[in-house]
Design a protein around this ligand. Sequence first.
Ligand SMILES: CC(C)(COP(=O)(O)OP(=O)(O)OC[C@H]1O[C@@H](n2cnc3c(N)ncnc32)[C@H](O)[C@@H]1O)[C@@H](O)C(=O)NCCC(=O)NCCS
Ligand SMILES: Nc1ncnc2c1ncn2[C@@H]1O[C@H](COP(=O)(O)OP(=O)(O)OP(=O)(O)O)[C@@H](O)[C@H]1O
Length: 198
Amino acid sequence: MLKIGLTGNIGSGKTTVAKVFELLGVPVFYADDEAKKVMVTDAILIDAIKQTFGAESYFADGSLNRKYIAAIVFNNPAELEKLNALVHPAVFRAFEVLEAKAKNAPYIIREAAILFESGSYKTCDRSIIVTAPLDKRIARVVQRDGISVDEVKKREGRQMPEDEKKKLADDVIINDDNRLVIPQVLALHQKYLALAHN
Ligand SMILES: CC(C)(COP(=O)(O)OP(=O)(O)OC[C@H]1O[C@@H](n2cnc3c(N)ncnc32)[C@H](O)[C@@H]1O)[C@@H](O)C(=O)NCCC(=O)NCCS
Ligand SMILES: Nc1ncnc2c1ncn2[C@@H]1O[C@H](COP(=O)(O)OP(=O)(O)OP(=O)(O)O)[C@@H](O)[C@H]1O
C-alpha cells in the first residue's frame, strides 16, 4: 500500500481535492479531523493543553475553545510550536491505526495542512501539493469561514511558502480556477495505481 501525502497552504483546495480521491474509492485520512477528535477525547492531551494554554482552552461542556487557542498560537510561533508538539504525535498515532485497517487498498491519501512543516511527508511514499494564488486562497477562506483577510494572512504566514513546498512535492495539482481539478486528480489516480501494481 502506497502512502500519498496531500497538502496545500490555507485555502488551496486540498480538502476539495481529497474529496475527489474519496469519490474514486481511495481511503483518505484527514489530519485536521483527527486533530479535532484527539483534542477532545485524549485525556492526557487535554490535560497538557490546559496546563500549557490555561483552563480557558476548553468550555465547560468539554469542547475546544478554538477562537481562544487560535488567538494565542497564530500570534506567536513559539506557542504554535508548543501546540503542534502536543497534538501531532497523537494525530500520527491515530493515522497509524486507521491506515492499518486500509492495508488492502492500492494506495491511501493522508491529507494534512502541515505535511512538510511537521516532517510527516517523510513517512509517505509520495506527496502532492495543491496550489492556488494567494489572493484566491484568501478570498475562499474569508468566504468559507467568515474570518478577516488579516487572520487568513496570519495563518498563511505560519506555513511554509508555497514555492518551497513545490520543490519538496512529487506532484502538483493547480487549483487556480483556470484549470479543471478532476482531470488532474484522475491522471494522478492512474499513476498511483500503476505504481502500486508494480
Ligand atoms: C488552532 C486551532 C484550534 C484553530 O481552530 P480553527 O477552527 O480556527 O481552524 P481550523 O482547525 O479549521 O484550521 C484552519 C486552517 O488553519 C491552518 N492551520 C491549522 N493548524 C495549523 C498549524 N498547526 N500550523 C499552521 N497552520 C495551521 C490550516 O490551513 C487549516 O486548514 C486549530 O487549528 C488547531 O487545533 N490546530 C492545531 C492542530 C493542527 O495542527 N491541525 C491542522 C493539521 S494537523
Ligand atoms: N476551484 C475552486 N473554485 C471555487 N471554489 C473552490 C475551488 N477549490 C476550492 N474552493 C472552495 O474554497 C474553499 C477552500 O477549499 P478547501 O476547504 O478545500 O481548502 P483547504 O486547502 O482544505 O483549506 P484550509 O487549509 O483552510 O483547510 C472551500 O470553501 C472550497 O469549496
